[in-house]
Design a protein around this ligand. Sequence first.
Ligand code: DAH
Length: 365
Amino acid sequence: MSRASLRRSFETTRGKPLVNEKSDRYTPRQMSDLTDLGKRIADLNGEMARGLAEASDVQTLERFRVEYLGRKGRIAQLFRVLAEVAPDDKREAGRLLNELKDGATSAFEERAARLTSSELQERLLRESVDVTLPGVCRPFGHLHPLTQVQREIESIFMRMGFDVATGPEIETEYYNFEALNIPADHPARADWDTFYISDTTLLRPHTSPVQIHVMESTPPPVRIICPGRCYRRDAQDATHSPVFHQIELLWVEEGLSLANLKYVLELFTREFFGEGYLMRFSGDFFPFTEPSVQVHIKAPGAAGWMEIMGAGMVDPAVLTAVGYDPECVSGFAFGLGIERMAMLKYGIDDIRAFLTNDLRFIRQF
Ligand code: DAH
């Protein structure tokens, strides 16, 4: 035997058991020939081409992939034919099958890329947001001008060392009148005629009763401001409102005089209204202060004086009513209207503007 024929006989038997349980597959009767395989490949190619062309959405395309390219798909099935092909044809059969698989895979991928990009395009169009459209504006609100002014006044006095105290809006006659040195038959009661809730309780017409509440519960020294809502039976006009706001101030300690009141008010006027304002006191009467004054200010360059508050030295009768000794301590107090301060500061000429909630007015602050 020549060396060449020896090798041939070795090669043709190498790795191919001559006898095993599958050996019946090698019978010539079942063997697929290349022509047959070529035809099956061509059929499958045609079928796949139609399938791909018809796959117009991602779901259909996925069904296509499973049916033809899947692990148990039609192409994988066709690969099994390899086992039945005559040994000499195996190489060519493998090439054809791989060509089929590669061709199908790339056709599928191309289709998938085109489909997803056009589906994406379509979805983007459908779900797109036109960022050039004007948005829905939800404006931030801000504090009411009265609240702003109240807080500004509070902060000025808090920086001077005053605490903020509050009291009830429904008061007894005692706190509102008697303790403030206004007995039942005193004609001054008429100045604070208000809304009675019962025979002895009423809506407070001023914040002065808070002085009493605080002094009753605190030994001197006392240094407080008391902001709050007040009520009076006034007919409404440009300068009167049945509901309005006041800030009360009270400082009780040893050795205070009208000079201290004047100094505190000068500091306040400068902080709140600005430099260059003049201030003057003129005599007045309040049952709870002695002496009592009316405080006026004059804006730089203005012709007239404006009243900003009533004030005075706390009447000894008031100090006695809360158990303080007027021989040891003295004090001063004032009450100012918040609306009035806001009107003076911002040149508002009608007090009703604060309560009518006209946004054109409110937005200016
Ligand atoms: N309570 C007074 C009023 O509403 C204002 C007032 C005047 C308050 C003098 C005071 C004061 O504390 O000392 O008309």
